[in-house]
Design a protein around this ligand. Sequence first.
Ligand SMILES: [Zn+2]
Ligand SMILES: [Zn+2]
Length: 181
Amino acid sequence: MRINVSQQLKASIGSIRNYELSQVVDITGGGSMVQGAVNLMRTDRGILVKGTLNTEVEVTCSRCLGLFGCPLALNIEEEYFPTTDVVSGAGLPSPDEPGCFTIDEHHVLDLTEVIRQYTLLAVPMKPLCRQDCAGLCPDCGHNLNHGPCGCLSHRADPRWSKLDRLALASDVSVNKEKGTG
Ligand SMILES: [Zn+2]
Ligand SMILES: [Zn+2]
């Protein structure tokens, strides 16, 4: 996702250009469609990129381990620094800020690395394919989103057995009352 900013580098500080972007970007080994709009503003030091880009990456559900497309909105705000003077063509000293983004010697501003970094930050730590994902059966590994697996173990869950006994006890007492009445 590359934008030539040579004209804007010659423009006065504060000048803004808008770009509509729609492109497949290689983010995490696979291409992801990235769409949205960004503003590029000429600053005293370089170009400030602001905007929201939408993309979708394939992630693994932390509960059922199924792959699903996770939509992400990337709120980007990064300043890019030129490495070459746009008028004289002379090399510029690299900025002090470590890890900052640069505009290359052809005055091209490349958003790919910013998109990749923002995407990695935006992906949830424990992604869920849906809020009520049923997960996997701990015994047979069946994906319970596709229906019950038939394992008896769920009924033998110790959290439920106490309730079962209570239900059983109340049934018995009801029967007794009926019997005496
Ligand atoms: Zn899931
Ligand atoms: Zn099962």
